[in-house]
Design a protein. Structure first.
Lengths: 136, 90
C-alpha cells in the first residue's frame, strides 16, 4: 500500500528541508486516526543541528505527542533530509526505525541526488521502498 | 506508590494492547521492574545495562529523565510516566 500524502504536505516538507540545508531537517506528518491521507506536517527542531545527524528534541516531542493524542491523531510519517547523500535510509536510520507501522520519508537536498523524495517501510532492519501517492 | 505509565503504540503488544497501565515504585527503575513483572519483556525495551535504552525517551511528568537522575529519578504521588520512541538518525 503506498504512502498517501497531500501535495501541500509534500511541498511543505520540501520547503522545510531546503530552508534547513545544509543542516538535516526533520519532522512528522500526522493524520486523524484511521484517515487514509496524511496531511498535517509538523516540522521539528533538529536538536543535533548537524549536517549528518538528526534527533528530535525530547521535550518538544512530548508536547507534540500529547497534542496528537488530544486531537485523536497519530504520527503517520517520520521525515528527515539527507544533505550530502541520496534519499535512502542510512545504517543509523535503520537502527532507529523501530516501528514497522510508520512510514519513513527521506528527502535529499544534495545537488547530485538522483531522487529527491523516497518513502520506505523498515521492518526488523529490512528496508522496503514504497510508492508515494500524492493527493491533490 | 502507584503511578500511571503511558505506553507508546510500539510497545502496546507487550501490555495486552493497553495504552495506559499502572505500576508501583519509588524510582523509575522500580517502576520499570514492577512493569516487567506484570508485562514480561518490557524492561528489555526500556533499559539497556543500567541506562535508559537509546531507542526510547522516558519522562516523569514533562521532564526527560536523562536530564534528571536517569533511572534513579524519584517518583512522587500523582506523577505520570510517559514512554516515547526516541526519533533520530542521519
Amino acid at each position: 500500500m503506498p504512502l498517501r500524502i497531500t501535495r501541500a504536505a509534500l511541498e511543505q516538507i520540501q520547503r522545510h528541508a531546503a530552508g534547513e540545508h545544509p543542516i538535516e531537517a526533520c519532522g512528522l506528518i500526522a493524520a486523524p486516526c484511521a484517515a487514509k491521507v496524511a496531511d498535517r506536517v509538523i516540522p521539528m527542531r533538529n536538536q543535533a543541528a548537524s549536517q549528518v545527524w538528526f534527533s528530535f528534541d525530547p521535550r518538544e516531542q512530548l508536547r507534540v505527542w500529547n497534542e496528537l493524542d488530544e486531537n485523536d491523531e497519530e504520527c503517520r510519517v517520520l521525515y528527515h533530509s539527507h544533505t550530502a547523500s541520496e534519499a535512502w535510509p542510512s545504517r543509523e536510520d535503520i537502527a532507529h526505525a523501530q516501528d514497522p507501522t510508520l512510514h519513513y520519508l527521506i528527502l535529499s537536498t544534495w545537488p547530485e541526488a538522483r531522487h529527491r523524495v523516497r518513502s520506505f517501510r523498515i521492518v526488523a532492519g529490512r528496508v522496503f521502498e514504497e510508492q508515494l501517492s500524492i493527493q491533490e | 506508590m502507584s503511578v500511571s505509565v503511558m505506553v507508546p503504540t510500539l510497545l502496546r503488544p507487550l501490555t495486552d494492547g493497553q495504552k495506559k497501565v499502572e505500576a508501583q515504585g519509588e524510582t523509575v527503575r522500580h517502576i520499570i521492574d514492577h512493569l516487567d513483572s506484570r508485562y514480561p519483556g518490557i524492561k528489555a525495551r526500556l533499559v539497556h545495562g543500567d541506562e535508559v535504552h537509546r531507542f526510547v525517551n522516558i519522562y516523569v511528568n514533562d521532564d526527560d529523565i536523562r536530564f534528571a537522575s536517569g533511572l534513579g529519578t524519584a517518583i512522587a504521588p500523582g506523577d505520570k510516566l510517559t514512554v516515547l520512541p526516541a526519533v533520530a538518525g542521519g
